[in-house]
Ligand binder design. Structure first.
Ligand code: ZN
Ligand code: ZN
Ligand code: ZN
Length: 344
């Protein structure tokens, strides 16, 4: 496998290198020891990583060397290589040119199945990330006032995400009123009005690389009986899906539990995305909680459960928790209340 900077390198080697045009590549042969290839100017950074202390040899290349030929020379008998799912296309193509008879496949075929099953340490890391984003949601009601724009609220939330211990703010969705009908709306200059439901979906990355992701829906004043009824159905759908989590249950079954409940209340057509995604060193990774994914849940899998409804031109709602599959049920990592939080 040929692993370049990104979550797979961080997962395998603890080396958080920045993806740049110069080639950094962990070469993992089928037999024998791995070797890390780095540009000469990054030797010091590589030597400070856990890889070096684990005794992985570091090979450097100079500015006028061909790093692709160097990588190829380390696996002279390879017939197939797994290339990092996040490897830049230009590097994939240059490796192909340097190893013309070698078949390339996604390394993710192997790595995603490893990364999907979280260790005890990883579960703790995701628990810390969940607590950090809970602490942000706890302060969101204070930011929602009539006359403020989504963008102003979003800027405040971004600062709180960092204050809560994340090293980066990865996304901030503040979707008020009709903007809530677009699941990936970010922020706009729309001014918050009385009666608006407001979907707030936020996340960041912690210093150890693990990600947070949590959605709560707020309302500025009373959003009216039709919305309140739909929200109650959604809350029940999210709870039913969560209660369905246990080892052996296919991923798609969790989606079915949420979807069927919304459908039975006439909201199925408004639930326009899958129920969830795995989370770890990336916000979106395997396993996906989607129809067609028959993969059985296993203890240690961690994913979101985030059903929603989206009515074009009117409003939207989503409730999202990060959930771990435990030995006999769901372990919900986010602790914030899931009820509609009415402000003002
Ligand atoms: Zn989210
Ligand atoms: Zn999510
Ligand atoms: Zn019901």
């Amino acid at each position: 496998m040929l692993i370049t900077p990104g979550p797979d390198l961080r997962y395998l080697a603890g080396y958080d290198a920045v993806p740049l045009e110069r080639v950094t590549c962990l070469v993992v042969p089928t037999d024998g020891d791995p070797v890390l290839v780095v540009p000469g100017l990054e030797r010091a950074a590589a030597e400070a990583s856990p890889l070096a202390s684990a005794g992985v040899p570091i090979l450097t290349w100079a500015e006028t060397d061909n790093p692709y030929a160097l990588v190829a020379s380390l696996v002279p008998t390879a017939r197939r290589v797994g290339v990092d799912d996040h490897m830049w296309a230009v590097k994939v193509l240059r490796l192909r040119a340097a190893m013309p008879d070698v078949e390339q496949e996604p390394a993710g075929l192997v790595l995603s199945t490893m990364r999907m099953r979280k260790s005890r340490d990883e579960l703790e890391a995701l628990r810390r990330a969940a607590a950090a984003i809970d602490a942000v949601h706890d302060q969101v009601p204070d930011l929602l006032r009539m006359g403020r724009t989504e963008r102003e609220v979003g800027r405040d939330i971004a600062a709180l995400i960092l204050e809560a211990g994340h090293v980066s703010t990865d996304f901030v969705i503040v979707a008020s009123g009709p903007n809530g009908a677009s699941p990936h709306h970010e922020v706009s200059d729309r001014i918050l009005r009385m009666g608006d439901p407001i979907v707030v979906d936020i996340g960041g990355t912690m210093p150890d690389g693990y990600c947070s992701d949590e959605t709560r829906t707020y309302a500025l004043g009373d959003p009216g009986p039709e919305y309140l009824h739909a929200y109650a159905v959604l809350l029940e759908a999210q709870r039913m899906a969560t209660n369905g989590v246990r080892p052996g249950v296919p991923c798609e079954e969790i989606d079915t539990l949420a979807r069927d409940h919304l459908t039975s209340h006439g909201l199925g057509d408004l639930f326009i995305h899958r129920t969830g995604h795995g989370i770890g060193l990336e916000t979106h990774e395997d396993p996906y909680i989607v129809q067609g994914n028959a993969l059985p849940l296993e203890p240690g899998m961690v994913f979101s459960i985030e059903p929603g409804f989206y009515a074009e031109g009117r409003w939207g709602a989503r409730i999202e928790d990060i959930v771990a599959c435990g030995d006999d049920g769901a372990v919900v990592l986010n602790q914030q209340p899931r009820d509609l939080i009415v402000v003002g």
